[in-house]
Ligand binder design. Structure first.
Ligand code: ZN
Length: 71
């Protein structure tokens, strides 16, 4: 059963957890980890994240929209 009370902190933590564990490696299906984050060269409010496969070392980049900036 899901906890009916969920604070913004919890959601943020879950988002971080999800982002730290990248999707499975495209080459071997192994686990990937976040290797680096840099601003997207062309898109505003978007991060370009590099994920590195822990098994074969393959890297992949992904656009991650940052959503509405917090005030
Ligand atoms: Zn791999």
């Amino acid at each position: 059963m899901k906890n009916p009370i969920q604070t913004p902190e919890d959601e943020e933590m879950q988002a971080i957890q999800t982002s730290l564990n990248g999707s499975p490696c495209a080459s071997c299906g192994g686990k990937t980890r976040l290797a680096g984050i840099e601003p997207h060269p062309t898109a505003d409010h978007t991060d370009l994240r590099t994920y590195e496969c822990l098994v074969c070392g393959e890297t992949s980049t992904r656009d991650v929209p940052l959503g509405t900036p917090k005030i």
